[in-house]
Design a binder for this molecule. Sequence first.
Ligand SMILES: Cc1cc2nc3c(=O)[nH]c(=O)nc-3n(C[C@H](O)[C@H](O)[C@H](O)COP(=O)(O)OP(=O)(O)OC[C@H]3O[C@@H](n4cnc5c(N)ncnc54)[C@H](O)[C@@H]3O)c2cc1C
Length: 273
Amino acid sequence: MNLNTITELKRPAAAEQITQWRDGYAWLAGGTWLFSEPQVATDTLIDLVGLQWPALTASADGLEIAATCRIGELYHYAPPAAWRAAPLFKDCCNALLASWKIWNAATVGGNICMSLPAGSMLSLTCALEATYTLWPREGAPRSVAAVDFVTGNHANILRPGELLRSIHIPAAALAKRYALRRASLTKLGRSAALLIGTQGKGGDLLLTITAATPTPIQLRFAKNPSADELQHAIDARIPFDGYFNDVNGSAAYKRHLTHYFAEQIRSEMGSPQ
Ligand SMILES: Cc1cc2nc3c(=O)[nH]c(=O)nc-3n(C[C@H](O)[C@H](O)[C@H](O)COP(=O)(O)OP(=O)(O)OC[C@H]3O[C@@H](n4cnc5c(N)ncnc54)[C@H](O)[C@@H]3O)c2cc1C
């Protein structure tokens, strides 16, 4: 849609060119959310496209994803064979309600910064133990664990004007085996629950619960737990009213899915390989 409150579009070649930040400014990534509804509090868009950050950079340490990497680029990325968890890239792109047309514009960073419960780039990066690099307008860059970024539905730790620069996924997490379960009320609908379990060679379990809760929740077990241990750990961590109630499913339904899928993942992870 046309945004008739916008009076200026800035196209910096480097983030440092934006020296001042004020109310009314907004970073523009793919624009798929920004242009989907009126932005009455915004008068200036600052386009990230001119920054020209390399989308995906693999190294022995893992994978560096620029915030401006398009969802479609991540989908088509050909990972090294040793990264057993890399099929999650495609799984999580497919977990968005959005079609490939949106994937060609929407960015990984835009999805993360939206910080919606059904943000599957959050699911992906939390499950793969990513670290985000943030660029404040003033001061040194800072790092945060992906799982600590979101503070609520459509809320996160970004300060005014702070940029999400990149996402680092460590090679150790990419080498793990994984299991994913997801449900939505309609075939191509937004996720009601999206759970991912990962397991290293030692037989541990890292369970990441997203979409069902306002913020990603992570449970770490030194070894695959029993069914009872798992169910108790979920209840101890997420109170009965701690599930996200919206048009994509009631809180009770999402609680049910969380327990049901967690047990399926636990069972699938049963014997380390
Ligand atoms: C058809 C459709 C389906 C969708 N389905 C889903 C879905 O299933 N699940 C879901 O979670 N969302 C969904 N969305 C919303 C979705 O989160 C966004 O459209 C998309 O991920 C945003 O990415 P973008 O690059 O287009 O961001 P933009 O629209 O450009 O920006 C989104 C917000 O993030 C900020 N921002 C962007 N990049 C940065 C950065 N690097 N640093 C700091 N701030 C930044 C912008 O200022 C803005 O506030 C859908 C949207 C559409 C149109």
